[in-house]
Design a protein around this ligand. Sequence first.
Ligand SMILES: NC(=O)NCCC[C@H](N)C(=O)O
Length: 318
Amino acid sequence: MLTDVHDFSEYHVPPRRILMHHPRHGASLENLSRDRLAELNFLDLPHPDELYAEYDGFAALVGSHVETIFLEDLLGDHEPYRLEAAANPNLIFMRDSSVTLPWAPSAFIPARPALASRAREADVVGRALEHLGMRALTRFEHDEYLEGGDLLPVTFDGKRVLLIGFGVRTTKAAAIKLALDLIPEHADAIIGLSHDPDLLHLDTGFTVLPNKVILAAAGMFGSGFLIDRDRRLSPVDPLSYAEALGCSIIRCDKADAIAHERCNLLPLGRRRYLAFDLPAELKAALEEAADVTIQLVKGTEIAKATGGVHCLTRPLYG
Ligand SMILES: NC(=O)NCCC[C@H](N)C(=O)O
């Protein structure tokens, strides 16, 4: 059962700050041409000024709820940061380059991006987090790849659970490494969810909300596994498993999840959420079932870069 008492889920704990990267802090978008879309995994070429305006609107809305902090504030003239900000427009998707855990505010998991053009992000962002006094809990190598959008920390019946999605980016080897390095000190269990490769990350098509509500892209999740506190691995069907534990699943259209970031909701704690424009029916259904308030912000240009409000943010809890 998901409980509110001792709930250290990402959707429950208000971040103390949110770490972001403004696309204007570097000219990566202005220098972008169509021939780089595949390398960056963009759906289309965003219009820089419109994307900046959307980002400003989003950052202002986030800032009205919680303190925001930008990579620029922490790294300023740091050479690798400047180079990355100048060349890599995916740096705005701060969710992916590291993982933070609501129950371990002074630690982080450095990501290891699988997309070659994003490979340097984790070092840059790790440097910023270390600058804030946070320490790395592990290091991935060999065939261990993990992008932050594939990891959702929740508390499940008082247990600290890492929900990890496996699609095109994150590997099972990374989940095993986390089981070895984090259980039992920093996590009690890991639930792996294999998802359709059309879904970029877990957070493209899946999120857990209060009241045991799950929002999932329809037909995208199949097999999965559970690694328990004794590091025993057993197969589970993740959605049936969740339903058996009393969760209700609201499904959204797969194509909408991919093109419009429908499942990519940003929780700010105290039942507050932000999202890119949602169909009125879906918004009402989520607000009713999960007893949350969702504020909407325009993100058409940002969605061309294949990310949403969850992808743009890295919550800091300490
Ligand atoms: N968590 C996310 O879904 N992040 C969005 C990343 C978009 C970026 N174009 C990528 O393909 O890595």
